[in-house]
Ligand binder design. Structure first.
Ligand code: NAP
Length: 255
């Protein structure tokens, strides 16, 4: 929905240089929001920002490591001064470090917890004040069907299940300020992340996608726009009475 109100709103999307995050950034910009395209490398965000600007939207490339409290603080300060006070946050940055439990290292466990859980916490804490002050805000966290359990992903599934509890608590704490918090749990989405999984198990990406599609009720794998459409809904004014929910965007009830 593009209204005079949404035109003046600012969103931050983490991990937005590529994949699902880039698609969410493009979609929110098309919805009329100014979008901070935030990722580990500022230069990696330039092409998404240019695309948004070419389509008539407002965007800013911002370097942030969501694991780092000071980096989060600096990124938010820059967004406030160059784009506006963020009242929409999409915690999308993510990594995988897959291994079976008996082989998983402490480094692999910590790396995944740090990006997904510590990162989402730091970003939410740094932005919530703008939302409560405005009496309006939207937080959308990227969970995953892996939250239901997935072999080789004991770290990732724990982090993605953790984000569901995080989301529900944000909804309880922030609801009275007009701030909603929801989670999206995608199934198989075609991105560099799923391409990396294919490579790890020794399949071509095409073989991997075909095999995955056979297990998905709608008969295809997802694309980043499938997730961006759901984010667009949660961020819209129409979703003001929807909070603390987990929406599985997986082509079926499980994946
Ligand atoms: P992707 O293509 O690997 O993109 C993830 C982005 O996050 C990358 O640009 C990456 O930057 C960035 N990132 C990683 N660590 C970061 C940090 N510490 N601070 C800031 N940015 C960081 O992944 P995707 O497939 O689009 O996934 C996006 C989200 O959806 C993730 O949370 C993922 O867990 C979730 N998800 C994906 C799927 C799927 O099937 N693809 C399914 C369910 C859930 P670099 O490029 O520099 O590493």
């Amino acid at each position: 929905m593009t209204t005079a109100t949404t035109t003046s709103r600012t969103a931050v999307v983490t991990g937005a240089a590529r994949g699902i995050g880039a698609s969410i950034a493009r979609r929110l910009a098309a919805d009329g929001l100014a979008v901070a395209v935030a990722d580990l490398e500022e230069s990696a965000c330039y092409s998404v920002v240019e695309e948004i600007q070419a389509a008539g939207g407002r965007a800013l490339a911002v370097r942030v490591d969501v694991r780092d409290e000071d980096a989060v603080h600096d990124a938010i300060e820059r967004i406030v001064s160059e784009l506006g006070e963020p009242t929409v946050l999409v915690n999308n940055a993510g990594i995988i470090r897959d291994n079976l439990l008996f082989r998983m290292t402490v480094e692999e466990w910590d790396a995944v917890m740090d990006v997904h859980l510590r990162g989402s916490f730091l970003m939410a804490r740094a932005t919530q004040g703008f939302m409560t002050k405005a009496g309006w805000g939207r937080i959308v966290n990227l969970s995953s069907t892996s939250a239901l359990g997935n072999r080789g992903q004991v770290n990732y599934s724990a982090a993605k299940a953790g984000l569901q509890g995080f989301t529900k608590t944000l909804a309880l704490e922030l609801g009275k300020f007009g701030v909603t918090a929801n989670a999206i749990a995608p199934g198989f989405i075609e991105t560099d992340m799923t391409a990396a999984t294919a490579a790890r198990i020794g399949l071509s990406f095409e073989e991997f996608k075909t095999a995955a599609a056979e297990e998905i009720p709608v008969g295809r794998v997802g694309v980043p726009e499938d997730v961006a459409n759901a984010v667009s809904f949660f961020v819209s004014d129409r979703a003001g009475f929807v909070s603390g929910q987990v929406l599985y965007v997986a082509g079926g009830p499980k994946a």
